[in-house]
Design a protein around this ligand. Structure first.
Ligand code: BGC
Length: 730
């Protein structure tokens, strides 16, 4: 089946089957032990067929959601609805299109991340969705050109782990099961269903498993195993990653579901997979569980106790978030938006990264004449939702494409919001809403400032857009954005470039133009695009986003690119800034970078530690051995807003391991905070370092804290380190 046919069938399938019930239960969850007690009692009452039904999808396109299982009336268990995705309800008509994960990461704001998760959870519950298929911790984003990176939180495992945990707690607190996906090493779209990703054990732990450990620690209900092979074995059939890593080492008590059609054999049950989705292949013919699982259990191929465990895990997750108590019926198209757009606007706004602001051209102050340029300044002329799963790049860009998208309930394009603001200020505004360079001079000449919009898009590999088959072909702007910027900047010396992009763009050609005074990295803002942008361009708030990835001077500087064949992850620990630091490559804009309209002064670093060297120990709890999560060092600093306007700063803590450690990245993010400060105000930041934050992974000993001197750097980006301290571990 073609991707478009598949997507169209999904649209047809997404019919309402029950009235909306917008009741939001505030209490919700119980702990895993209590959930297991209930689940074990329930499983005791079930027939073998019931248990098989709980773990088998009903088949592709056979229910109201992208994934569905059968109800079990004897225990009041409903038809389970699993629906994409990581930024809200796919195929809904009454929901909010939240900002993509990468924009949430760009805010570095835990409260906004958590609220985003909570609101997504409330909307999913309002639609009767039991499992919302997100957040995304893989791809982590080791390839700057990976097609689905924007669904997740960027290539630093610490930042991604924090964002995963905040999102999951927000979602599950609202009563919906989260699904941490895609597990694991699914770093590209090209050949995603055949490629084998081979990684060494240390890199697995220190990079790719890290965010999933945080997800488990946060109590995630479910995990989705990915399409690819891991070290030669399909992820969904891989005992090592599912049983050894996820369930034994990380103490995961929820269930593992397959990515859609990522199961290959009936015996994946014995490898740790607990639920098959969607339950058949896309033609509806191949079914690997259901009746096949019944036979496999009957002939001893799959142990009865394993089937009990699978069903118990699924039911425990359902009890964990309180879905046994009056959960709404399924209606994907329910009206559930409430005031959630406020979170979209806040994340879109506070995720904007100001990269350049020569001569303080920003913020704008009642310009007499403003010129707006680019097809990306206006809403898609064919309609904001005219492309299935957002599979096109026409007009303003708010998200990438694929299953991790949502329809827009409305879309405030940059031009819409700028026009409103201009009217209020008495500013004359002119628009060239195309990317043609020949006539643009007449639009921008004589304007106090010219704002030019460029984009780069990517998405999931079942859709190809303008010859981009998921992964990006290069890191250039689309639609010849470099030429457009050059034409505008040649005709107007006060050119402001606004970038909407799924990931890094090489900006060298753009920065060469002396007319380019400002570069505003507006990321992927979803439905509140224009409002968020106006807030920042006019200084209603100071920009406070920080890059969640490095912007290099050339594609090659990243050191990795989408692989044509199997990928042996030869770069190991050295991705994104870890690689730039290691190889001493100067980035154009470093990881963690972002300007403000005010200035911040850092001071008063104090470092204390009670850490002892050696391997982690203690009982395994959610996320791993208990002592990994104990605070063993504390760093405090002060930050003062030394400028003249209010603003927010993100102090970042980078740790360097002592020389006794095996070779490690020169520095790694191990803490951050976001402080909102009035002019002249000061705040204190406390960074708590957990045992795990001080550890490296040793193949035989596990997590080990090395002895010696740890160096702490705190700064405003990974290359703007302002304070230095250290502590010794014996
Ligand atoms: C994607 C998943 C998604 C699933 C269901 C798959 O192709 O990889 O992220 O949840 O489809 O739509």
């Amino acid at each position: 089946m073609t991707a478009f046919l598949r997507a169209t069938l999904l649209l047809v399938a997404a019919v309402a089957v029950a009235p909306a019930n917008a009741e939001i239960m505030a209490d919700g969850g119980v702990d895993w032990d209590a959930a297991y007690a209930k689940a074990t009692a329930a499983v005791g009452k079930l027939s073998q067929q019931d248990k098989v039904n709980i773990v088998s999808g009903v088949g592709w396109n056979k229910g109201p959601c992208v994934g569905n299982t059968s109800p079990i009336s004897s225990i009041n268990y409903p038809q389970l609805c699993l629906q994409d995705g990581p930024l809200g309800i796919r195929y809904g008509t009454g929901n909010t299109a939240f900002t993509p994960g990468i924009q949430a990461a760009s805010t570095w704001d835990r409260a906004l991340m958590s609220q985003r998760g909570q609101f997504m959870g409330e909307e999913a519950k309002g639609c009767g969705v039991h499992v919302l298929l997100g957040p995304v911790g893989g791809p982590l984003g080791k390839h700057a050109n990976g097609g689905r990176n924007w669904e997740g939180f960027g290539p630093d495992p610490y930042l991604t782990g924090v964002a995963m945990a905040e999102t999951i707690q927000g979602m599950q607190g609202a009563g919906v099961q989260a699904c941490a996906k895609h597990f694991i090493l699914n770093e590209q779209e090209l050949n995603r269903e055949t490629i084998s990703s081979s990684v060494d054990d240390r890199t697995m732990h220190e990079l790719y498993l890290w965010p999933f450990a945080d997800a488990v620690k946060a109590g995630v209900a479910s995990v989705m195993c990915s399409y690819n092979k891991v070290n030669g074995t399909w992820a969904c059939e891989n005992k090592n990653i599912l049983n050894n890593l996820l369930k034994d080492e990380l103490g995961f008590r929820g269930y593992v579901m397959s990515d859609w059609n990522a199961q290959h054999t009936t015996s994946s049950a014995t490898s740790g997979m607990d639920m098959t989705m969607p339950g058949s292949d896309y033609s509806g013919k191949t079914i690997l569980w259901g009746p096949q699982l019944v036979s496999a259990v009957n002939n001893g191929q799959v142990a009865k106790t394993r089937l009990d465990d699978m069903a118990t895990r699924v039911l425990a997750a359902w009890y964990l978030v309180g879905q046994d108590k009056g959960y709404p019926g399924i209606n994907i198209k329910a009206s559930v938006q409430s005031t959630h757009k406020d979170n979209v606007r806040a994340v879109a706004r506070d995720g904007i990264v100001l990269l350049q602001n020569t001569g303080d051209i920003l913020p704008l102050s009642k310009p007499k004449k403003l010129a707006i340029v680019g097809s990306a300044a206006v809403v898609n002329p064919k309609g904001m939702n005219s492309c299935v799963d957002q599979g096109c790049n026409n007009g303003a860009l708010g998200m990438g494409w694929g299953s991790g998208t949502s329809s827009y309930p409305y879309f405030v394009a940059p031009y819409d919001a700028l026009k409103t603001r201009a009217a209020a200020d008495g500013t004359t505004i002119s628009l060239s809403s195309s990317d043609a360079t020949n006539s643009v001079a007449s639009t921008v000449q004589g304007a106090d400032a010219a704002i030019v919009f460029i984009t780069a898009d990517s998405g999931e590999g079942y859709i190809t857009v303008e010859r981009v088959a998921g992964d990006r072909n290069d890191l250039n702007p689309w639609h010849d954005g470099n030429a457009l910027v050059a034409a505008v900047a040649a005709a107007n010396p006060n050119t402001i470039v606004v970038v909407h992009s799924v990931g890094p763009i090489i900006l060298e050609n753009i920065l060469k133009n002396t007319g380019v005074k400002a570069v505003v990295w507006a990321g992927l803002p979803s439905q509140e695009s224009g409002n968020a942008l106006v807030d920042v361009l006019y200084g209603l708030v100071s920009p406070s986003g920080k890059l969640p990835y490095t912007i290099a001077k050339s594609d090659a500087d990243y050191g990795t690119t989408v692989s044509r064949g199997d990928d042996n992850f030869a770069e190991g620990l050295y991705i994104d800034y870890r690689h730039f630091d290691q190889k001493n490559i100067e980035p154009r804009f470093p990881f963690g970078f972002g300007l403000s309209y005010t200035n911040f002064t850092y001071g008063d670093i104090k470092v204390t530690s009670t850490a002892t060297s050696g391997a982690a120990s203690g009982a395994v709890g959610p996320g791993g051995k208990a002592d990994l999560f104990e605070n063993v060092a504390t760093v405090t600093i002060s930050v003062t807003n030394s400028g003249s306007v209010a603003g927010a700063e993100v102090p970042q803590l980078y740790l360097t391991l002592p020389s006794s450690s095996p070779a490690a990245p020169p520095k790694q993010l191990r803490g951050f905070d976001k402080l909102k400060l009035a002019p002249g105000a000061a705040g204190t930041v406390t960074f708590n370092l957990r045992r795990k934050d001080l550890s490296y992974w040793d193949v035989s000993k596990g997590w080990v804290v090395p002895s010696g001197t740890f160096t702490v750097n705190v700064g405003a980006s990974s290359r703007d380190l302002r304070l230095k301290g250290s502590f010794d571990v014996a």
